[in-house]
Ligand binder design. Sequence first.
Ligand SMILES: [Zn+2]
Length: 347
Amino acid sequence: MPSKPNCHQAKPLVGYLGLSRHAFLLLLLIFLPVRSLLATPIDGMVGKISQTDYANYVQQLQNFGTRYYNTQGNVNALTYIYDAFIGFGLDVGYDAFSYNGNSYNNVVATLPGKNHPEQVYIVGAHMDSTSTAPTTNAPGADDNASGMATVLEMAKVMVGYAFDATIKFFGFNAEEQGLIGSKAYADKAKSNGEQVLGMLNFDMIAYPGSGGGKNVFLAGNSGLVDAMANNALKYTDLTTTLNYNNLYGSDHYYFHSSYFNGSTSAFAIEAAPASIPSHNPNYHKTADTVDYLDFSYASNVTRMGVATLAGLANVIPEPSSLLCFLSGGLLIIFVHTRTKQNHNNYS
Ligand SMILES: [Zn+2]
């Protein structure tokens, strides 16, 4: 009686593995969708952070010459950030506030949540600058084009994903005058009953210090600080120094639960300062330019940030991953059925 033709004889390699061709195909079809699911959306976002784009944002912001709160350079920089958000496909607006009898603007882009749009997470950085010649020459590359570029790069990447909660991307103004723009928004959000659940702030995150420094200082709400530290460990070579206090000195301050009940906030700043401000010798000087910055380090701070915010706002798995998984399953059923039919033909 002749032996039935079977899959073992079909391909030498497959036969070598001791698998039938169909079994091999089945394993492949199982492996591919499972692998696509194992690579989480957060992995995908972290992988899309571009050092080149990041560095370009810092350079463009520096190129305004000054972003001091009451100058045309400040207005031009606001327009640049507004247009960048528009370019990503986000809803954008100016958020007006008054200071010393005049009106100024923050800029804010919104990515609405799919399942809980009323729940809001904010990521922000101050876009204004200062120096010893603030109205004419305040490049503010580290302070704080570096943080604003992080917010822009995060927005660029996150707009391609869906989240349970709403994310607001802020460029805060007049921080150097005493957190004016961010306090104005925090006060408004409080009085409007906006559910701001968390706020991450980036201020001076591109000068790690001489000797290839890798340390980033994280301060504020312990849950947010720990989440950032964990993501730094998971996705970057950064080391972290943690502080669970609401330190005054940047825009996270009025979003902390001690001021804004229901909200939490934390911020990231380069290196491990003994005190704020950081150890950057060019701080608030005309020499605060891109020439002294480390964009590899700053990109890693941005990766830490995007992973943390995506976790907070609860990213929804990409439809492509689900489609791949489902189509893989359908293919498995199809091949399995065909295999049975083939065997039936031979019997
Ligand atoms: Zn600053």
